[in-house]
Design a protein around this ligand. Sequence first.
Ligand code: ZN
Length: 203
Amino acid sequence: MFSGKSEELLRRVRRALIAKKDVQVFKPHLDDRYGGVFRISSHDGTELEAHPVTTSVQIAEKVRDEIDVVAIDEAQFLDNDIVGVVNDIADRGVRVIVAATDMDFRGEPFGPIPRLLAIAERIDKLHAICVVCSDLATRNQRLIDGEPAPAEEPTIQVGGAESYEARCRKCHDVPLRTRHQTELAMRGAASVPIPHSSAPTLE
Ligand code: ZN
């Protein structure tokens, strides 16, 4: 989310445009606030018009016959059909660039992204900086009223009051709702050890 994915997508799109390639950009929109074509923007102010889609099949329907490059931003919000759709487009000789968050707020693989990673010819993992310890951040910490969101929260929230922080594996916290509620009830009371779901360590 804070790793510069959209900027990197735009950088590649910009270079393709300089090379006089025909480019189409797609971006899922989670609600109906945007009609027609809207703009994909990055933190450095660069903007490019993107086609808003709600389903993967809409990308297949909207891709022009003689297209050179197809770029898709925020692909984790699309359905599982995106895997077959981008595979079919790539089989036509089209270069497909996909930017996505690979893990959800729980630190688990996000929707169709693991399968996209498997079929991609090239993968670049971008990292943000952990806001807690300044190490490389690989996770998105969801916060609700400043507190870590419980694991039972929905994977995709639309227009909610939650916020996100970039965090590393060590600083990422996803309490179970039962533990979360127990802690709230016990706040200020005598402490009893509560089992924490410690983050797994890859070796
Ligand atoms: Zn950290």
